[in-house]
Design a binder for this molecule. Structure first.
Ligand code: DGL
Length: 253
């Protein structure tokens, strides 16, 4: 008998769990494989070709399975590799994009976009902003240090506050009404950021849009079988059983 198809969700580390968490709400009867390239994180400080090689290798190992779809639950990986991957594989590949479009459509002021170092340097994000005719409305900031803090399960406000202070030095938040979280690791800091920002600044991310897109591209399973998530990493023994606490934390965000 042919094994049931899996939906693969991929990230450098635990950031993509925030996307998986959203996907499961919409597609609770699927079988999932979550792959974290923990041997090579963080991606955001690497060159485009280094990230491309890491993503390519990881996706090649996932593609040997019976995949229904692959979600690149990583803005950085998407910005460097999504087009090439789509050309290589037959299953649907859903990428992540900072939610600049919905922010721009609703914003009456300026929009702040936070992402990794690499996402901010890549043309994909700049093209997205230019195509929306929004260059004058958008500011970009890297919050790369939050990636490794999230990996270490550090969420106390005291540790986050100095990073936010340094990153947003000279930002007059009165001029902004949206903060876009353009990295899946940043979702864990939504609460911390809402403490930091004035209440008039709304925080948005691309997770719901990605889950919607996935649902529109696949035939959802109808089964009474319990949800199954298989966790895989490229290395670092001991990481696997650390995933569940992140999913529990996401229940409260
Ligand atoms: N979670 C990833 C993203 O959405 C990458 C974080 C990293 O490895 O630097 O961009």
């Amino acid at each position: 008998m042919k094994s049931r198809q899996q939906i693969a969700v991929f990230d450098s580390g635990i950031g993509g769990l925030s996307v998986l968490h959203e996907i499961i709400k919409q597609l609770p009867s699927e079988q999932y494989v979550y792959y974290a390239d923990t041997d090579h994180l963080p991606y955001g400080t690497k060159t485009k070709s280094e990230i491309f090689d890491c993503v390519n290798r990881s996706v090649r190992s996932l593609a040997s399975r019976n995949l229904k779809a692959l979600v690149l639950a990583c803005n950085t990986a998407t910005s460097v590799a999504v087009n090439e991957l789509r050309a290589q594989y037959d299953f649907p590949i859903i990428g992540m994009e900072p939610a600049v479009k919905p922010a721009i459509e609703s914003s009456k002021k300026q929009v702040m976009v936070c992402a990794t170092d690499r996402t901010i340097q890549e043309p994909k994000l700049h093209n997205l902003i230019t195509n929306l005719d929004a260059d004058a409305k958008v500011e970009l900031r890297s919050l790369q240090p939050l990636v490794l803090l999230a990996e270490d399960f550090v969420f106390d406000y005291d540790r986050i506050y100095p990073i936010l202070e340094k990153t947003f030095k000279n930002v007059d938040w009165n001029n902004f009404d949206y903060l876009v979280l353009g990295c899946t690791h940043f979702i864990y800091y939504k609460v911390a950021m809402s403490y930091y920002l004035p209440p008039s600044v709304k925080i948005i991310d691309g997770n719901l849009g990605t889950a919607n897109r996935l649902r529109s591209l696949i035939q959802p399973s109808v089964t009474n079988e319990a949800l199954q998530i298989e966790y895989l990493t490229s290395g670092r023994v001991g990481k696997l059983n650390q995933f569940e606490p992140y999913l529990e934390l996401l229940d409260s965000i």
